[in-house]
Ligand binder design. Sequence first.
Ligand code: CO
Ligand code: CO
Length: 317
Amino acid sequence: MPENDNVLVGFGYKDDAGVYRINDDTCLIQTVDFFTPVVDDPYSFGQIAAANALSDVYAMGGKPLTALNIACFPINDIEKEVFNLILMGGLDKIKEAGAALLGGHSIDDKEIKYGLSVTGICGIDEIYSNSGAEPGDILYLTKSLGTGFAVSAICTDFLNEDTLNEATLSMSKLNKYASELAVSLMSPNAVTDVTGFGLIGHLSEMMIASGTRCEIDLNSLPVINGVPELIKKGINPAGTKRNRKYFSEYTSMKDGLDENLLWIAFGAETSGGLIFSIPKNKASETEKIFKIKGEPLYKIGSVLDKSVKDGIYINIT
Ligand code: CO
Ligand code: CO
């Protein structure tokens, strides 16, 4: 890789998006994400895919400016209406983000895929990386967990409408509101979003990047209603099993923990919430402001210290 002094966060960093300095004050944030449909409704899928792609800009503390559609469609097999609804869902989220859709590219493909490439902007001193967590910080999560289980249950008889609706609303919600509030309070030491690697996976990356250990209270995790019942019925996506196998290495678990909750902690999420690592002295003010604004903020644990032993970064209690 050619060295470039303007690359502040680049390839090889396990952060949410790339960050490039364009002058002494401002940097550019760039990210791309697209995937196959997670729900049957095309408009909702468009919203979810766009909210997910925009999320990595919010996870860096940035503001999305422009977006480009990335679309793969079976041109001969799919009704034009479906195609239009997906793009409309995406566009509505881009507008809600205050960004502009500049164009995009679509190709003929056997399977539908949709997402965005997003460019955002951020003050040079306002970049929220995942590497700044400090001992004593309180850890918060902004969305409930369990979207991956709900999505996997769509083709089964087990999924009730309330669970699907709660998951769909959660996945299509922009991380804009939580990110902007945190930025305005200048409170977090570190931020990341929860997606495919699940809460434990993304939290491990934050702790590894920060060189800190943390403790998570399993019973404090917010969970989408009905998800534990889906796990009892045997719903367990392959990505979640991979996450648990891979990220267990970084965790120590107290005996007797609830097995369903553990799966949820490792569960792959689609368009999940943000994890904030907030200094203890700013925690109560942050909680108060989020409450006043009606933005969910769930306390899930705390950052312990920098004495990482045996590669264990997360104690689950
Ligand atoms: Co991310
Ligand atoms: Co991403």
